[in-house]
Design a protein around this ligand. Structure first.
Ligand SMILES: NC(=O)c1ccc[n+]([C@@H]2O[C@H](COP(=O)([O-])OP(=O)(O)OC[C@H]3O[C@@H](n4cnc5c(N)ncnc54)[C@H](OP(=O)(O)O)[C@@H]3O)[C@@H](O)[C@H]2O)c1
Ligand SMILES: *[C@@H]1O[C@H](CO)[C@@H](O)[C@H](O)[C@H]1NC(C)=O
Length: 328
């Protein structure tokens, strides 16, 4: 007995460094696994279906498009930078073996561009089974869209609001069909500033991003209510924290030491393929067929912040948005 304890003591003494490295390594791997989050397990085929994804040239939009292509869908990448989008489409065609991947021009910071794309889709596509409102801009300086709206609200919410409304007839014709809205956990600290929707009086980058992501949530809720009985369902989601280009305007504002501290964290968070899982889940998973208007995270339903469940605010935002984009 005593001998045994001695042997263990000796082993620990002789291999202390190795043991520490092993335990730390296992810890990091477990942390990495945990941060990678949920996976969409649905094997559903999308043969004969059409999927449109906004902002699909990079980040989680591109990974979502690749997955849809692998499932056999006709995939439309709706992007503002045609050159980057064509390169992405080539890669997706190659990796999926699906040649039916096309690029269409869409700049969500221009209502005219949104209308032009919608017209193209209405006239040239036979169907639209899944619309994925993925494109997004985060924490940019105080910029305006072509139509004079604050940039983050204009791109993340208003552009997608108009696009979705313009495509509703085709979605209804193709029912059962889905609208997937990529929101964010950032909605939890957001509020809709109805008295200063463009944040002219007090622009702050995070305030604007949070408002736009809460607008995504309220839009999903009101859309689902309006679409009841049509066979078109709507889903909103938080994709996780992911290594993408989303921080392109935020990162340069950090001091060098801040960037260095962030680096290890950056290596551990979700990669774009992991970050696309909840979007894919909302787009295809059979178990969600009869759900609409709900919020998901890590491929599971999640309760959103109370202000995202405010039906009166959702209606008010709908009416305001409709008048801003000229739908009222
Ligand atoms: N990454 C995260 O940790 C995270 C967390 C929560 C939520 N999200 C949400 O996930 C979505 C995708 O973000 P991501 O992380 O994949 O970011 P990303 O790598 O920066 O990709 C964003 C995409 O949106 C496009 N886009 C930006 N402005 C546009 C405009 N005016 N018109 C058309 N397309 C435009 C970009 O096009 P260009 O390449 O031409 O700029 C790009 O394709 C966003 O809605 C974001 O809010 C991300
Ligand atoms: C959805 O509803 C239909 C009709 O009521 C039913 O046949 C189907 O099993 C339901 N699907 C799910 C996943 O709940």
């Amino acid at each position: 007995m005593q001998k045994c304890a001695e042997v263990i003591r000796d082993f620990v003494k002789n291999h202390a460094t190795g043991l520490i490295v092993f335990v730390a390594g296992a810890g990091v791997l477990a942390l990495r696994r945990w941060l990678a989050g949920g996976v969409c397990r649905s094997k559903v085929s999308l043969d004969g279906k059409t999927v449109l994804i906004t902002g699909a040239n990079t980040g989680i939009g591109k990974e979502t498009a690749l997955d849809m292509a692998k499932r056999g869908a006709r995939v439309i990448l709706a992007c503002r930078d045609i050159t980057r989008a064509r390169i992405a489409a080539d890669e997706i065609r190659q990796q999926s073996g699906n040649g039916n991947v096309v690029v269409k021009k869409l700049d969500l910071s221009s209502l005219q561009s949104v209308r032009d794309l919608a017209k193209d889709v209405q006239e040239n596509e036979e169907r639209l089974d899944i619309l994925i409102n993925n494109a997004g801009i985060m924490m940019c300086p105080k910029w305006k869209t072509e139509d004079g709206f604050e940039m983050q609200f204009g791109v993340n919410h208003l552009g997608h609001f108009l696009l979705t409304n313009c495509l509703l007839d085709l979605l209804k014709k193709s029912a059962p069909s889905r609208v997937v809205i990529v929101s964010s956990l950032a909605h939890e600290k957001g509020s809709i500033h109805f008295d200063d929707i463009n944040l002219d009086k007090d622009y702050r980058r995070e305030k604007s991003y949070r408002q736009s992501k809460l607008a995504n949530m309220l839009f999903c809720r009101e859309l689902a209510a309006r679409l009841e009985g049509t066979g078109v369902t709507a889903y909103s989601l938080h994709p996780g924290v992911i290594r993408t280009e989303l921080g392109r305007y935020l990162f340069p504002t950090f001091a060098l030491w801040q960037r260095i501290i962030i680096m290890p964290f950056f290596m551990l968070i979700k990669n774009p393929r992991e970050g696309a899982q909840t979007t894919i889940y909302c787009a295809v998973d059979e178990s969600l067929a009869n759900s609409s208007g709900l919020y998901y995270s890590d491929c599971a339903p999640k309760t959103p912040a109370p202000q995202a469940l405010d039906d009166a605010a959702a209606k008010k935002l709908w009416d305001l948005s409709a008048s801003m984009v000229g739908l009222a």
